[in-house]
Design a protein around this ligand. Structure first.
Ligand SMILES: Cc1ncc(C[n+]2csc(CCOP(=O)(O)OP(=O)(O)O)c2C)c(N)n1
Ligand SMILES: [Mg+2]
Length: 280
């Protein structure tokens, strides 16, 4: 790897650790929230916001030419907030106001209260349809912005997700990238034991999407996949990111089907932060 490239890559690793650390401290301070669901998408958020993928300007958050990121699995809000704060949309000091009365950092993202949030999500299944609308708007308005949506694998049981997939494929929306956070777990157990998604890649191809499956915790694979997505013409792109729910914290990784929506207890926090290895 050339020198400059490897320095950027190291910087991304540092940012990923910072995001993990913010996720843990904010949810533990709140005494509620979804750290494990946030931790599984840290590398995805890191590359989208800090890997030169998305075009955005925190001082002009409504720029019509900005790229859009929509967190359809809105309960992963602590992850989104950590990325937005590190990106400069608001101060990282605010992160520990998560879920407190009066804070704009609500349990689920509220686009009316926080710059950088593109869609108010949390009711699962809706984000891809919203992203589809933005992608269409770009086409109609002749703008070249791109739209990225992260959907959970449990969330993919929602029918509306498949309506949006069908529509985007039929209408060749190549400015739309869907990333599945494929952590194999949902709220009450394993996706495959509740509602198996089957061969997701074949299903997406059948809906006229281009597909790639990656290790969602490999920064290099995430970088390469998002680069690939930007080059695809004539079809929307799906990235199936294989991830681990609670990635980076042993306690959560060991019980991926048991920690949904639960913060790390205060007396386990220091250990978790040590495991993450963040120096924030
Ligand atoms: C329409 C709707 N139904 C149920 C819920 C409650 N709920 C919140 S998170 C979740 C599980 C989501 O699992 P998944 O999409 O796999 O996300 P993960 O946390 O694993 O990343 C459920 C059922 C919700 N928020 N919205
Ligand atoms: Mg899941």
């Amino acid at each position: 790897m050339p020198q400059a490239r490897s320095e950027e890559r190291n910087q991304l690793e540092v940012i990923a650790k910072r995001l993990r650390s913010h996720i843990v401290t904010a949810t533990t301070a709140a005494g509620s929230g979804h750290p494990s669901s946030s931790l599984s998408m840290v590398e995805l958020l890191t590359v989208l916001y800090f890997g030169g993928v998305m075009r955005y300007d925190p001082s002009n958050p409504h720029d019509p030419d900005r790229d859009r990121f929509i967190l359809s699995k809105g309960h992963g809000a602590p992850g989104l907030y950590a990325a937005l704060a590190e990106a400069g949309f608001f101060s990282t000091d605010e992160l520990t106001t998560l879920r407190k009365m009066g804070s704009a950092l609500e349990g689920h993202p509220n686009m009316r209260r926080l710059a950088g949030v593109e869609a108010s999500t949390g009711s699962l299944g809706q984000g891809l349809s919203i992203g589809l609308g933005h992608a269409y708007a770009a086409r109609i308005d002749g703008r070249d912005f791109r739209v990225y949506v992260i959907v959970g694998d449990g969330e993919s049981e929602e029918g509306q997700v498949w309506e949006a997939i069908m529509h985007a494929g039929n209408h060749n929306l190549d400015n739309l990238t869907l990333i599945f956070d494929r952590n194999n777990n949902q709220q009450t157990g394993k996706v495959d034991e509740i509602q198996p998604l089957g061969p997701l890649d074949d299903k997406m191809r059948a809906f006229n999407w281009e597909v790639r499956t990656i290790d969602g915790h490999s920064l290099d694979e995430v970088i390469a996949a998002l680069e690939w997505a930007r080059g695809v013409k004539g079809a929307p792109q799906a990235i199936i990111a294989n991830t681990i729910k609670g990635k980076g914290v042993a306690l959560l990784e060991a019980g991926q089907d048991k920690w949904h929506g639960k913060p790390i207890p205060g007396d386990e926090e220091a250990k978790a932060l040590q495991e993450i290895g963040a120096d924030v």
